[in-house]
Design a protein around this ligand. Structure first.
Ligand code: ZN
Length: 408
């Protein structure tokens, strides 16, 4: 049921293989400095299809991608040169499947016009005019992350991808009992078990409840009292290509025995930004055969899907848990937890109650009470994936559906 992943792969495939690609040599890059704008002229031996856009991060740049192009500029064997006006330097990157010229801008600028001109003494010309704009205007029209949707739509339209979702198959749920081994988590204050023991016992109960339905493939990050690093927990979710990741914990309020009840967290903005860096640093989303911007689009689409799915599931979980017992926080809660930082897997961290509260600790240590709590969690999972229950129906919600609608 990797609907989203399948769509992403289709998108990559379609983008990477443009029909009727025709190589053309770039023979000159020239600049014209005018009072109101800077003109960039790219000369080619044959007509060429080029697409230009600006990027604001990590530095202000203008990127011109070609369907296919080679470098053949006399006097610039290093494939780089110095610009004029709003362009500081430029370089040609021919390694990507879509070769591109990257112009470093000296300040915020936007594209005011782009034209293709037939030869007049020289070669075919792609002319791009850029003009200075305010920093905020630049941010609003530039690539990522601000206007991912616009470029996404462009890529989707050009790729001509069919977004018909696949039929529901087996749903993969990763259960992550927190702590373990040398890390006991919050220590037992009332009742017998430390947090690690309670999380494991609850996780195994949830696994058994889900397995009984026959609808899920359950993957445990640990099923005994061992230490598993936070990195490894995320990696397990990633490798399983899980549809849902649920981390089980029990809270602590230090010396304060008052706070009680459950809390459900999804990733906050900082966790999302860690997920974004992880996506690139671990190489999962980096593919040198496609333009960097496409990778960025795909990561943003994935994060947007993950965010909406995580929030939807957190809402189901709060609803079900709230029926079974007290909630410490009944409103959406977000946090920067490491286990929530895979760029793709919808993930929540479920604090089942407080180790530091006598009544919570009693319930969490009681096998029947704990099973009741896990039945509520299972009900939330069932409700979240309810679209998958009827044969032939598909489960589809979140970010990519928007791209799908706009692609038609
Ligand atoms: Zn914990």
């Amino acid at each position: 049921m990797r609907v989203f992943a399948a769509m992403v792969l289709a998108l990559i495939a379609a983008f990477a293989a443009p029909a009727g690609a025709q190589a053309s040599e770039i023979t000159a890059v020239r600049f014209g400095e005018h009072a109101s704008h800077t003109r960039i002229v790219i000369e080619t031996r044959a007509p060429v299809r080029a697409r230009a856009h600006t990027l604001s991060e990590p530095a202000a740049r203008l990127v011109v991608s070609f369907e296919d192009a080679a470098w053949s500029v006399d006097g610039l064997p290093d494939r780089a040169g110095i610009g004029a006006g709003l362009v500081g330097v430029f370089r040609f990157d021919g390694a990507a499947s879509h070769p591109r010229l990257v112009f470093t801008l000296t300040g915020p600028a936007s594209i005011s016009q782009q034209m293709n001109l037939d030869p007049a003494g020289g070669g075919y010309r792609t002319v791009i005019d850029i003009e200075p704009v305010s920093a905020s205007a630049f941010a609003s029209v530039s690539g990522f992350p601000q206007s991912a949707a616009t470029l996404t739509e462009l890529v989707v339209r050009e790729a001509g991808v069919d977004f018909t979702p696949q039929a529901c198959e087996r749903i993969r749920v990763v259960i992550d009992p927190g702590h373990g081994g040398r890390d006991p988590g919050a220590l037992a204050r009332f009742g017998g078990m430390h947090e690690a023991g309670i999380a494991l016992a609850a996780g195994l109960q949830l696994r058994d409840i889900l397995n009984e339905t026959g609808r899920y493939e359950v993957i445990m990050t640990r099923d005994r009292d061992v230490y598993v690093s936070l990195e490894d927990r995320v990696r397990i979710a990633r490798q399983a290509r899980a549809d849902l990741f649920i981390s089980l914990h029990a809270d602590s309020a230090g010396d304060n025995t008052g706070p009680r009840g459950a809390t459900v967290y999804s990733m906050n903005a900082r966790a999302e930004s860690r997920a974004r860096s992880r996506a690139f640093s671990e190489g999962d989303w980096v593919d040198v055969s496609r333009p960097e911007e496409v990778s960025r689009i795909l990561v943003e689409m994935s994060l947007s899907n993950k965010r909406s799915q995580s929030e939807l599931f957190a809402e189901s979980l709060r609803t079900e848990i709230g029926r079974a017992g007290p909630l410490w926080r009944s409103t959406p809660m977000e946090a920067n937890y490491a286990v929530l930082t895979d760029a793709e897997t919808p993930a929540v961290l479920f604090e089942m109650g407080f180790m530091t509260n006598r009544e919570d600790a009693r319930r969490l240590n009681d096998v029947r009470e704990r099973r009741r709590l896990m039945q509520s969690a299972a009900a939330a999972i069932e409700s979240h994936f309810s679209g998958c229950r009827a044969p032939g129906r598909t489960y589809w919600a979140g970010g990519p559906a928007t791209a799908s609608a706009s692609a038609r």
